[in-house]
Design a protein around this ligand. Structure first.
Ligand code: GRG
Length: 277
């Protein structure tokens, strides 16, 4: 079973409903699956069977997908295009989209809480903190509050570190937990993930400026909303330089792990550097 089949298989035994259809619709859009790929790459780097991480990889993709559904709602960014097709509330309706987001978030904890590995509770706790009120949700709150404010670099970075960074740091930290690494190593991976998240977000902001919504598969809403980004503060050239520096710092920090084969995660980082959407 490939990852796409695995992801939807978690809904096989659920009662058919409009909300289930909406969950599957949102999950089956053309997502890059970066968070699951990152989790698998760290397990592989530690020479652990990557399938041990399946529940955690799918839970991450479910939480990420819920955040996209809710972020696209009229009360948030009010977007109509996501993953190359109509956003969930346009394809279904607002109430169904809200419930689909809720269902995906809940499903993530339903499936991980059944996982029998030794450190599963610790991994689930990491997932909850990264997604929760001090993590991604905090980032979204800061982002909403910032709409009418003029921000400096540090303030924007704080938003990105929470809104984007936490859910990109989560797969690295969870994989280290699954690999039974100590807290110091888990924290190191987490901080690498936050840095990777910042590079990823700067790249997203650059793509938002230079690309079109058809290529991106989503609305270029930052431009439409006159949103401040690291690009608008530093300019595209400086932003690109910062992004490449951040990716390089991540790579150097990863190389400092003596018991880790970096080739799998480096393949992902290389693909991120040249991504077009
Ligand atoms: C509404 C609870 C809630 C949270 C919203 C993730 C998020 C926080 C909002 C989505 C909009 C956004 C620009 C978030 C920054 C993170 C980011 C770049 C998301 C897009 O992730 P990709 O590129 O998406 O991995 P795909 O579709 O490829 O999975």
């Amino acid at each position: 079973m490939d990852f796409e089949q695995l992801l939807v298989s978690y809904f096989n035994d659920d009662t058919n409903s409009k909300v289930k259809e909406a969950c599957l619709y949102a999950l089956q859009g053309k997502g890059k699956r970066i968070r699951p790929r990152l989790l698998y790459s760290v397990l592989e780097g530690y020479h652990i069977d990557k399938n041990i991480g399946n529940d955690f990889a799918c839970a991450l993709e479910m939480i990420h997908t819920y955040s996209l559904i809710h972020d696209d709602l009229p009360a948030m960014d009010d977007d109509t295009l996501r993953r190359g097709r109509a956003t969930c509330h346009i394809a279904f309706d607002e109430a169904t989209a809200i419930l689909a987001g809720d269902a995906l978030l809940t499903k993530a904890f339903e499936i991980t809480s059944k996982n029998p590995i030794n450190n599963s509770i610790k991994a689930i706790n990491m997932l909850a903190s990264c997604a929760g009120i001090n993590g991604m949700i905090y980032g979204q709150t800061l982002d909403i509050e910032a709409e009418s404010l003029k921000l400096d670099y540090e303030q924007i970075k704080k938003i990105h570190n929470h809104k984007t960074g936490c859910l990109l740091a989560c797969p690295l930290a969870m994989a280290a937990i699954i690999a039974l690494k100590n807290d110091e190593t888990v924290n190191k991976w987490y901080n690498i993930g936050i840095k990777l998240g910042l590079a990823f977000q700067i790249q997203d902001d650059i793509l938002d400026l230079i690309s079109d919504s058809e290529t991106l598969g989503k609305s270029n809403s930052d431009i439409e909303n006159n949103k401040q980004t690291i690009c608008t503060i530093l300019g595209i050239d400086e932003a690109k330089k910062l992004m490449l520096d951040l990716y390089e710092e991540c790579e150097n920090e990863i190389l400092s792990f003596k018991d880790f084969d970096a080739k799998y995660i480096f393949e992902i980082i290389d693909s991120l550097k040249v991504r077009k959407f």
